[in-house]
Design a protein around this ligand. Structure first.
Ligand code: ARG
Length: 464
């Protein structure tokens, strides 16, 4: 085979064709083709700039643009043939461009390298993904806020150590989830600033000998600023690590929610019902209705955590500047983004549609001596030191456990046997409603505090 018959961009230097297995081993087109829109957009901006700077002719730039747009249409129509021998998305598109428009296509790669090109493509892609995920986070937040309002007066047991601790408003619990999602959104908004920097023009590693205008491509592509150091720009993957790190933490939040949904739909608690359309059945047990969506979200968390580990390890041994190792960043990055996006979508659809079995949550709070702290606080207000009050109520609870009765089910005389400070008004603090209403300060579980937080959250969501 003569060098002219061989495919590829570097036949000049080589005396034999690439080993067949090595071609397959080094190829990334089967997954990085996902970046075709960003790749084409970046190339059009690059060609515009080259023409404006007099590096290529206007006619060439025009042919490049028309050719690339036609290629985008071919890809979208599923007519484009991806060739692993052309390695990646960049060379597949460039080769096709030259096939279509001839000479001009060969001029596109002037003053750039695939090293600055891929870093630019991934940043453009990630910027869109972040915007999409922020929109999903906000939709999910809105659903939780609505649910919180609907269930502000619903009493459920609050847990520590998964033991009944104190009664809380179900709405308060939903707003705890909302807070997690607010932080997730803030992290993404913050890292987006560092994603939105433009490597184009760094070329292979040192910059280019052509008099290019990086500010122009930067403006056309909507980047915040061109990167300041070419060596850093072609090798940096912090933006991918930051995103996957934010995604891993966000998935941790979703996984914690998933765990609670699994507990709450179990007949062990029966706290909530999920609509049938979000559940699946068993192939053998006719009675089953399983919370598979929640379990899969919990399961997908594992792959996102894995992706973070992959990316950190991918980068730790790399000297400056670009190394081919970097090609391995895409699959974990894509996978993490898909898992987070799909999980958020599933929860944003499903969770606001849950129904609370209010009698069950109420009864569960009743069963666990959830108002014991309220009784201790009552004694403190009557002059008993908190540590002594704790001891007194502990004895009352022990009595209740032995009798199988809650504090509120005891007679006044029974309660007074534990402390002479107890009077008839004690029963007001022993009710679940009284207990949650009493935690009436900023951040507390009182239903009117929950409603105030609902209002504040809606204002925040409206402000954008
Ligand atoms: N496909 C590569 C990547 O994903 C970009 C190509 C750079 N290749 C090279 N030999 N310099 O990072």
């Amino acid at each position: 085979m003569s060098s002219k018959d061989r495919k590829g961009m570097w036949t000049g230097r080589f005396s034999e064709a690439t080993d067949e297995f090595v071609t397959a081993f080094t190829a990334s087109a089967h997954y990085d083709q996902r970046l075709y829109r960003q790749d084409i957009r970046g190339s059009i901006a690059h060609a515009h700039m080259l023409a404006d700077c007099g590096v290529i002719s206007r006619a060439d730039a025009k042919a490049i643009k028309t050719g690339l747009e036609a290629i985008a249409a071919e890809i979208e129509a599923g007519e484009f043939v991806w060739d692993p021998a052309l390695e990646d998305v960049h060379m597949n598109i460039e080769a096709r461009l030259t096939e279509r428009i001839g000479e001009a296509g060969k001029r596109l790669h002037t003053a750039r390298s695939r090293n600055d090109q891929i870093a630019t493509d991934v940043r453009l892609w990630l910027r869109e993904v972040i915007d999409e995920i922020i929109a999903l986070l906000r939709r999910f937040q809105t659903g939780l806020v609505d649910l919180a309002e609907r269930e502000a007066d619903t009493v459920m047991p609050g847990f520590t150590h998964l033991q009944v601790a104190q009664p809380v408003s179900f709405g308060h619990h939903m707003l705890a989830w909302y807070e997690m999602l607010v932080r997730d959104e803030q992290r993404l908004a913050d890292m987006r600033l560092r994603v939105n920097q433009m490597p184009l023009g760094s070329a292979a590693l040192a910059g280019t000998t052509f008099a290019i205008d990086r500010a122009q491509t930067c403006a056309e592509l909507g980047f915040e600023a061109p990167t300041r150091n070419s060596l850093d720009a072609v090798s940096d993957r912090d933006f991918a690590i930051e995103f996957v790190s934010a995604a891993a933490l966000s998935m941790t939040h979703l996984s914690r929610m998933a765990e609670e949904l699994v507990l709450w739909t179990s007949t062990l608690t029966g706290f909530i019902d999920l609509p049938d359309r979000f559940c699946t059945g068993s192939s053998i047990m006719p009675q089953k209705k399983n919370p598979d969506v929640a379990e899969l979200v919990r399961g997908k968390t594992a792959r996102v955590h894995g992706a973070l580990h992959t990316l950190l390890t991918l980068m730790k041994g790399q000297p400056l500047a670009y190394n081919r190792d970097n090609q391995e960043d895409k699959e974990p990055l894509f996978d993490a983004a898909d898992a987070l996006r799909d999980s958020l979508r599933a929860f944003a659809d499903m969770i606001p549609a849950l129904t609370v079995n209010r009698e069950r949550t109420y009864a569960a709070a009743r069963e666990g001596f959830a108002t014991a702290t309220d009784l201790a606080d009552y004694l403190v207000r009557r002059g008993v030191a908190f540590r002594d009050a704790h001891e007194i109520v502990g004895q009352a609870v022990a009595f209740g456990v032995a009798q199988g009765r809650d504090l509120a089910a005891m007679s006044l005389a029974e309660l007074q046997a534990f402390s002479a400070h107890i009077e008839a008004d004690v029963f007001e603090v022993l009710t679940l409603e009284g207990s949650i209403a009493a935690r009436d300060h900023f951040g507390g579980t009182a239903p009117n505090q929950v409603r105030a937080q609902v209002t504040a959250a809606r204002e925040r969501l409206k402000a954008g």
